[in-house]
Ligand binder design. Structure first.
Ligand SMILES: NC(=O)c1ccc[n+]([C@@H]2O[C@H](COP(=O)([O-])OP(=O)(O)OC[C@H]3O[C@@H](n4cnc5c(N)ncnc54)[C@H](O)[C@@H]3O)[C@@H](O)[C@H]2O)c1
Length: 415
């Protein structure tokens, strides 16, 4: 087993479970984050977000001696950089500033021969354009003083622990021997195949995977709009179409959020604007869905004689069911769109989000339900399936096609 000391830089949704998974499988790990509060919370034994199986993993990692700090280790053999990679809203290209600054901090302290693994999702060419030059700026040589690797992550929030253990992975390295060394660290816990390839292929592969998902979701969303415009039931049509042995249409919904699918396809649009037509269109379709939900809400209000938007409430602030991550979520996109039209923020409720992130966010489900006539379901958390019995005499716009969960006496619409 690899006994390389690993310094994981960036302890967010990806870096933290990765660090803990490695530690709990016998790899010596130091976790670094520049957010003081986050580090203090972890040092005090408190997790910083909710995720199935994470508490147990945390306990194992602590027992195995994982350390959390604000400092970058000068003793590590391998650094795993897992910091955000947003896109520039104007150019649509990757905004690499988090990666650049984290790698610079690593290069300031690392020992000769250290391996710097960028685990963040990056557009093809990012290591060549933004990371490689940093090594030269530090007076160091790639391949001698420092080795560069890209090892993107594929896990899905809500099932991270299982997927860390079982997903296959890609490792891109200049030097296959270095790739194999990094592979040994991931292989300490990963039961899936680990492909070792070159850096550019690894960069492109990860972006292509998320773009594939985005395009397929956009297809379902466009079908939804077509069917809605002409009185057809998109869900029934997809159900039947999917009986075809080579058809697997995804579920339409209120939009795409999160730090991955709604971001990474833009990288290709930004870098290849003359070529990425389908990809751009898919992004635009998915981004149009929150406004489509608003239009449909207004239609349903009119049909039911609901004249005051104050009697409408949105259930779900996260971008995905049973997680607490609200980044780029369709509900937040919808609230932003309302803001642009100078409309007041709508009533919202999400059992997974305890922090107040919108002005009229309820913390009590019963109070939320009592204060509205029309509930727009943006996410089907397990909580909703458990508590939908408390919803009676309401109009419901179920954008997620939650199924037959609603008690009689409600008027239920689909998107
Ligand atoms: N969240 C997902 O579902 C997911 C899935 C696969 C891949 N990814 C990719 O993984 C990467 C990380 O995403 P995330 O969701 O974990 O982000 P995150 O925002 O949850 O976490 C990033 C962490 O990095 C820290 N950080 C930033 N710069 C730093 C620096 N210079 N030094 C130390 N710490 C620093 C931040 O404080 C934060 O805690 C992104 O590239 C993302 O696209 C995310």
């Amino acid at each position: 087993m690899s006994k390389d000391l690993v310094n994981v830089v960036g302890l967010g949704y990806i870096g933290l479970p990765t660090a803990m998974m490695m530690a709990s499988h016998g790899v010596p790990v130091i976790g670094t984050d520049y957010k003081k509060e986050l580090v203090e919370s972890l040092q005090a034994g408190h997790l910083t977000f909710q995720e199935k199986g994470l508490k147990e993993l945390f306990a194992q990692a602590k027992a195995s001696g994982i350390q959390f700090t604000g400092e970058y280790s000068d003793q590590a053999n391998i650094y795993i950089v897992s910091v955000p990679t947003p896109y520039d809203k104007k150019s649509k290209r990757i905004d690499p500033h988090y990666v650049v600054s984290a790698v610079k901090q690593v290069l300031d302290v690392c020992r000769k021969g250290a391996i710097v693994v960028v685990e963040s999702t990056i557009s093809p060419g990012t290591i060549d354009r933004f990371v490689r030059p940093l090594v030269a700026e530090h007076g160091l040589k790639v391949g001698e003083d420092v080795h560069l690797v890209h090892a993107p992550e594929r896990i899905i929030p809500g099932n991270m622990v299982y997927e860390l253990l079982h997903n296959s992975r890609t490792i891109g390295a200049d030097d296959p021997a270095v790739g194999e060394r990094v592979k040994a660290v991931y292989a300490s816990f990963c039961q899936g195949d680990i492909e070792v390839t070159d850096i550019r292929t690894a960069e492109m592969t990860k972006v292509v995977e998320n773009t594939y998902r985005d395009i397929n979701i956009a297809y379902a969303n466009e079908l939804l709009k077509i069917c809605r415009s002409d009185g057809m039931d998109v869900h029934e049509i997809i159900r039947i179409a999917n009986k075809h042995p080579r058809v697997n249409i995804l579920s339409p919904g209120p939009g795409v959020g999160g730090h991955c699918i709604s971001v990474d396809s833009w990288f290709l649009v930004g870098d290849y604007p003359e070529l990425a037509h389908l990809i751009r269109q898919a992004r635009l379709i998915n981004d149009s869905m929150p406004d489509f939900v608003l239009e449909r809400t207004e239609q349903i209000m009119e049909e039911n004689g609901i004249t005051d938007f104050d009697r409408v409430g949105f259930y779900g602030l996260t971008y995905k069911e049973n997680v607490d991550d609200v980044r780029e979520s369709p509900t937040l996109q919808l609230i932003e769109s309302m803001k642009r039209h100078l409309a007041p923020s709508p009533k919202c409720y999400d059992p997974m989000v305890k922090k107040q992130i919108t002005p009229r966010q309820y913390q009590d489900f019963q109070a939320f339900v009592q204060d509205i006539d029309l509930m727009v379901v943006m996410i089907c958390h397990d909580h909703l399936k458990e508590c939908c019995g408390d919803v009676t005499g309401k109009v419901i716009l179920d954008t997620r096609n939650c199924g037959k969960i609603w008690p009689a006496g409600n008027t239920v619409y689909s998107l």
